[in-house]
Design a protein around this ligand. Structure first.
Ligand code: HPA
Length: 266
């Protein structure tokens, strides 16, 4: 149990079936929830207030495609204060509210010509290129979390079926976590591509590690907002991340709905 979950349970319909984290420029999907109850981060003990534009800082509970979900608009990033575990209270709250899985989403840069801006990519695995770990300082043998199948194969397979049924193109690949907030250099992108990354970003990997630590299965999707540094010669910007995420938003929402709706029907 968490204090935040107690506050939420007193006001909103629970349990929820899943907790979703909406990435940069994607948070508005929470407005689609029916019978919604919205909580500002400041009202939920432990929730990390984020100062990043494009991140609203609210948790909304409500019905989507017939099931109760919790949607987080406005995650906290490692680069905001150097705390890789900043999202732990959120994930623990999802679990305390009854979530059966965490659906993590982000905006990311593509390292592959064949995965263009606007593409949706299911994350198969990650490379923690930041060298940080949200479990540093955690005690007990369960800190040695296995990261095999961290992005649950079965859930991802279902996501792919349901995307296909909804006629949504869905790539699959490896996400590399860079700490940010500076974007990567072209040399870093050339290196990480050789190491096997298909997309790069500044979030999600620590959340996945925390989710695995507390036993929440993870399914994750990147919305590709740009080609990574050095691939086109263009400078990168957070404005571009937000505007390109907005352009992909309809398909992103359709993918989430396809997953949630089919999950609800078993
Ligand atoms: N790099 C890191 N994070 C990102 C990018 C990128 O190219 N695009 C969106 N988020």
């Amino acid at each position: 149990m968490t204090a935040a979950a107690d506050i939420i349970r007193a006001k909103a319909r629970t349990p929820v079936r899943m907790g979703l984290v909406l990435g940069s420029g994607l948070g508005a999907m929470a407005d689609e929830l029916e019978g919604a109850t919205r909580f500002e981060f400041g009202d939920l003990p432990g929730f990390p207030v984020s100062g990043v534009s494009g991140h609203a800082g609210a948790l909304t509970l409500g019905r989507l495609e017939g099931i109760e979900v919790a949607m987080l608009s406005g995650r906290k990033h490692y680069y905001e204060g150097g705390d890789a575990a900043a999202m732990r209270p959120v994930l623990e709250c999802f679990k305390a509210l009854g979530a059966e899985l965490a659906f993590l989403t982000n905006a990311a840069g593509s390292t592959r010509k064949e995965i263009p801006p606007g593409a949706l990519m299911a994350i198969r695995d990650h490379i923690n290129f930041s060298g940080r770990d949200p479990l540093i300082g955690v005690e007990g043998d369960d800190r040695f979390v296995s990261m095999v199948n961290a992005y649950d194969d079965t859930l991802r397979l279902r996501l792919k079926w349901w995307a296909e049924e909804a006629e949504l193109e869905l790539f699959e690949g490896v996400y590399a976590w860079f700490s940010g907030p500076s974007f990567e250099t072209p040399a870093e992108i050339a290196a990480i591509r050789k190491l096997g990354a298909d997309a790069v970003g500044m979030s999600t990997a620590p959340e996945c590690i925390i989710a695995r630590h507390i036993g929440l299965p993870v399914v994750a999707v990147s919305v590709i907002t740009n080609y990574a540094a050095g691939m086109t010669g263009a400078a990168l910007s957070h404005d571009e991340t937000k505007s390109e995420a907005a352009k992909a938003e309809d398909r992103f929402r359709a993918l989430i709905r396809a997953f949630v709706g089919s999950y609800a029907n078993g």
